[in-house]
Design a protein around this ligand. Structure first.
Ligand code: DER
Length: 241
């Protein structure tokens, strides 16, 4: 119950600080915290105001949260190309000191990113459990949405980047084999050691690099090389566990 209360308090504060009934387009993320955000928004609206605002979901679950609250969903692809959202609210799986987030625990990250990019402001609502000095401290891996046809290439590239065991997210009891996202893609969860923050890199703090992942690539800041070397791609890629 303490965690639910923390989610509710974070959601109420986020809505109080960043929502206005005069808004016309609001992005709604996925997960459980977002339910408290939608409840808090609904409490601020008169019936007339409810009619004036459209809520853009980030997947099937997000859409049902909007509908259950008696609010109006509108599909992302029905927005006019130039239409900007007044705000987008969402949850996260982990947040570091520089407000970098890990998202994708609910496998909705693709549409969540589409909606977040279309919003003037992106408000991430996360209770105390998500708050870490570095990403990948509490949450073990980085979720990546992948076209099924490319999954083994991506897994090989992630291994090359140093992920010890990138795996497809399976349906477990719900389904044998990999689960599918709302876009009918797979999720690959790639474990990495905790990610260095910009502050770590700039302060040159004497962290044992074998215990962290340099998220800013090598010292020159070049990003990690995701391309496969010729040998691996020509040999075909061995499926991992
Ligand atoms: O998938 C995501 O990124 C979600 O926002 C999600 O993982 C947050 O879920 P929660 O609010 O249930 O913790």
């Amino acid at each position: 119950e303490a965690i639910e209360e923390a989610k509710r308090a974070a959601a109420r504060q986020a809505v109080a600080d960043h929502f206005d009934p005069s808004f016309r387009y609001v992005g709604i993320g996925s997960g459980t915290t977002i339910i408290y955000v939608v409840d808090a928004i609904k409490e601020t609206l008169s019936d007339e105001q409810k009619e004036m605002i459209v809520f853009v979901p980030t997947g099937y679950q997000s859409r049902s949260v909007i509908i259950k609250a008696g609010l109006r969903p509108t599909a992302f692809d029905s927005l006019l190309p130039h239409q900007v959202l007044d705000v987008a609210f969402d949850g996260a799986d982990e947040v570091d000191e520089e407000l970098n987030c890990i998202k994708g625990g609910g496998a909705c990250l693709f549409q969540e990113k589409l909606v977040a990019e279309r919003a003037r402001k992106f408000i991430c609502v996360a209770d105390y459990r998500k708050d870490q000095a570095r990403l990948l401290t509490g949450w073990p891996s980085i979720p990546i949405e992948v076209a099924p046809i490319a999954v083994w290439i991506v897994i090989a590239a992630l291994k090359k980047l140093g992920s010890p065991n990138p795996v497809t997210r399976d349906g477990l009891l719900a389904k044998a084999g990999p689960m599918k996202t709302d876009q009918d893609f797979f999720i690959v969860d790639a474990p990495f050691p905790p990610l260095l923050t910009k502050k770590d890199v700039e302060s040159g703090s004497d962290i044992d690099l074998s215990t962290v992942t340099a998220q800013h690539g090598d010292k020159e800041g070049k990003g990690g090389d995701l391309s496969l070397d010729k040998e691996a791609s020509s040999k075909g890629v061995k499926a991992s566990g």
